[in-house]
Design a protein around this ligand. Structure first.
Ligand SMILES: CC(C)(COP(=O)(O)OP(=O)(O)OC[C@H]1O[C@@H](n2cnc3c(N)ncnc32)[C@H](O)[C@@H]1OP(=O)(O)O)[C@@H](O)C(=O)NCCC(=O)NCCS
Length: 176
């Protein structure tokens, strides 16, 4: 899948060094609820385990060919919040040098199209720590609405101490 500036493709083992470069940044993982990567070996292991499914994509910057971030979705049973059996929870991150260039919004818009028109999910969910408003802004720009729900999520790193805001987008194309 692709956007103007990005290719979305599965992670591969050759991405481990690039993944470590961006995922070791203490300003990235903790904002999304996971600890910074400690070594290239850990990044490689994440590629072989956490990312090894058909619901997780590397964000490849077309201009350089480098992986600079990640986007994907969880289905019921693996999500961070309670969602319905026909729903998905979306998540993403982008390496810090590439923030505030519209890249995540570009990727999320594509993922919304994929999840609504190809995967036929009923409702899409997103959530963000209240102290991470940039992520909430991405969700709002892409059409997610504030549910007013604020939860704790102990599955996330430091999630028990930091409330998350829950956003939702109803799939207008959903067919039962
Ligand atoms: C959140 C994140 C994915 C955004 O990626 P990005 O490519 O910079 O996103 P975009 O450029 O598409 O949009 C960012 C928006 O947030 C806004 N923003 C940036 N900092 C902000 C802040 N402190 N408060 C409010 N809005 C902020 C930007 O101005 C922009 O909005 P605009 O287009 O209306 O000006 C990126 O910062 C990141 O990876 N952070 C760490 C991991 C993370 O938070 N993941 C999400 C977990 S829920």
């Amino acid at each position: 899948m692709e956007t103007d500036r990005l290719i979305l493709r599965p992670w591969c083992e050759a991405d481990a060094e690039a993944l470590y470069k961006y995922a070791s940044d203490p300003d990235v993982g903790p904002r999304a609820g996971w600890p910074p990567h400690q070594s290239v070996e850990e990044s490689l292991n994440i590629i072989r385990t956490v990312f090894a499914n058909d619901r997780t994509w590397a964000l490849i910057l077309k201009s350089t060919g480098e992986p600079i971030g990640c986007i994907g979705y969880y289905i019921c049973g693996e999500s961070n919040i309670d969602i319905g059996p026909d729903d998905a929870e979306l998540g993403y991150w982008v390496g810090r040098p590439y923030w505030n260039q519209g890249l995540c919004s570009e990727a999320l818009q594509l993922m919304i199209t994929y999840c609504t028109t190809v995967k036929n999910f009923r409702t899409l969910w997103c959530d963000y720590f209240v102290d991470n408003p940039a992520s909430g802004r991405v969700m709002a720009k892409c059409g997610f609405a504030d549910t007013g729900l604020v939860n704790q999520c102990s599955r996330l790193s430091h999630g028990a101490d930091r409330p998350i805001k829950i956003m939702k987008l109803t799939n207008p194309y959903h067919t039962a």
